[in-house]
Design a protein around this ligand. Structure first.
Ligand code: ZN
Length: 450
């Protein structure tokens, strides 16, 4: 049993139901849970002096493709939109293997931890034949770093010869996908409170997956008690695709396949009309908002102010590193703030609204009730920011909104996941960063040379 005291924090932004902002308070952690927040000082095995710091709940990333880190910034795709961008990059991604997935996951997760993100969901959907156990490699990376990790068994079964986007070499049969999905859920999924490992089923998108695979995935996920995720309404091309092929708008199509409900969340969700937003609100279907990716790929602006008004569950997400091109949730939070200010002016979410979206909102769409805000009996996931630094002078009067309005560049001071400090004084405690970078770069060269 171990205890950790965050002592005399200048502020604790709890994001709890009452929006409590603690001043000069202590946060006491026993093992992996918060036991106490308040004025009392308790003795602990380890103490962090937080008298110059703000404590925030750990950020939760609800959509990523970690394998894409090794194919970001390739010059030939920088001016493309989604469909041609995907078709070009599949030619690189078909060479993925366990080594690429392990090192790209390690690299991305390490950057996330250094920028305050404590839980990550990764949407992995490229499973080339003989590539090894890619999901196991991702859990190995998460365990090395001490990150709370939600993996997915993604899938594609609609290749170019059947009118889809991906090449034949990266699609699989529905039977193979179902068997491997069940194996991975039984091996890795832990539904208990404070779980560090979860698995969702996540067919890639309506234009790379058949309706049968979507239907079968929904059935299997519900029989195993795991969540469902896919890309929906990312581009106008996709809207045209579902209208022409199925005679339905994207949400009607997803609804016809059993893909709405509180156990389902979509990535992007940009091009919804009013009726579609109403269906999402009524069914509790969630959206992972990915502002940087949406801007980079010229996909459009997600209707976040309308979603928040209608109580559609919305979380924040990075999306793949080939469309973002980074793994920094603090940057994503600020980008979201600026994008919606530009697009919606006074109706835009505040900096604090976006902090809550990146914590509570994200936790909700991952189906977690034990992370997302700071209170007794919640998981001990948080990060600390020192206010006594040049970029934050004069910014300390509204710590709730600060990360959106002013933003924070570079590493946070501390990140704690499940009660363990995994970043201390801005450095990872679980990884030799310089060594990890050189190993990862060697793998990048081997991969891109194939
Ligand atoms: Zn994506």
């Amino acid at each position: 049993m171990s205890t950790l005291l965050i002592r005399n924090a200048r502020y604790i932004v709890s994001c709890d139901d009452q929006d409590t902002l603690w001043e000069h308070a202590n946060l006491f952690i026993r093992d992996n849970a918060i036991e106490y927040i308040g004025p009392e000082l308790m003795h602990a095995d380890q103490t962090i002096d937080a008298s110059d710091m703000v404590v925030y709940p750990g950020l939760v990333n609800t959509h990523h493709h970690l394998y894409q880190i090794f194919s970001r910034n390739l010059p030939e795709v920088q001016r493309m939109e989604l469909f041609p961008w995907l078709q070009t990059l599949y030619e690189v991604w078909k060479n993925l293997d366990e080594e690429v997935v392990y090192h790209s996951s390690l690299t991305g997760m390490a950057e996330m931890l250094k920028t305050g993100c404590t839980t990550c969901f990764d949407h992995h959907y490229v499973f080339p034949a003989h590539a090894g156990d890619l999901v196991a490699a991702q859990f190995r990376a998460a365990d090395t770093l001490g990150m709370r990790f939600h993996a997915s068994r993604g899938s594609m079964d609609l290749s170019q010869k059947d009118g889809g986007l991906p090449p034949d070499s990266v699609v699989q049969s529905i039977d193979a996908i179902m068997a491997d999905s069940e194996r991975l859920v039984r091996t890795w999924h832990d539904a208990s409170r404070f779980s560090m490992h979860q698995v969702a089923l996540a067919p890639c998108s309506p234009f790379s997956v058949t309706g049968d695979l979507m239907r079968e995935s929904a059935k299997l996920a519900r029989s195993l008690g795991v969540r469902l995720h896919t890309h929906v309404a990312e581009t106008k091309d996709e809207e045209r695709y579902t209208l022409e092929r199925f005679g339905m708008r994207p949400v009607a199509y997803m609804e016809s396949l059993g893909w709405t409900g509180p156990d389902v969340w979509y990535a992007h969700g940009i091009h919804f009309d009013d009726d579609e937003l109403r269906i999402l609100a009524e069914t509790g279907t969630g959206v992972a908002h990915c502002p940087a990716s949406n801007m980079k790929l010229s996909s459009g602006v997600c209707r976040v102010p309308d979603m928040l008004r209608l109580h559609v569950p919305v979380g924040l997400a990075l999306d793949g590193s080939a469309s973002n091109d980074g793994c920094d949730m603090l940057e994503e939070l600020r980008v979201a703030y600026l994008l919606h200010r530009l697009h919606s002016s006074q109706d835009a979410p505040t900096g604090y609204d976006l902090l809550k979206m990146a914590t509570r909102g994200s936790a909700q769409i991952l189906g977690r009730t034990d992370i997302g805000y700071l209170a007794p009996n919640m998981a001990a996931d948080c990060f600390l920011v020192n206010l006594e630094q040049l970029p934050l002078v004069g910014a300390q009067f509204d710590p709730k909104s600060m990360l959106g309005t002013v933003g924070l560049k570079g590493s946070v001071d501390y990140t704690i996941v499940n009660g363990v400090p995994v970043v201390q004084r801005g450095e990872l405690t679980t990884l030799d960063e310089a060594r990890a970078v050189s190993q990862a770069n060697a793998v990048v060269h081997r991969y891109l040379d194939r």
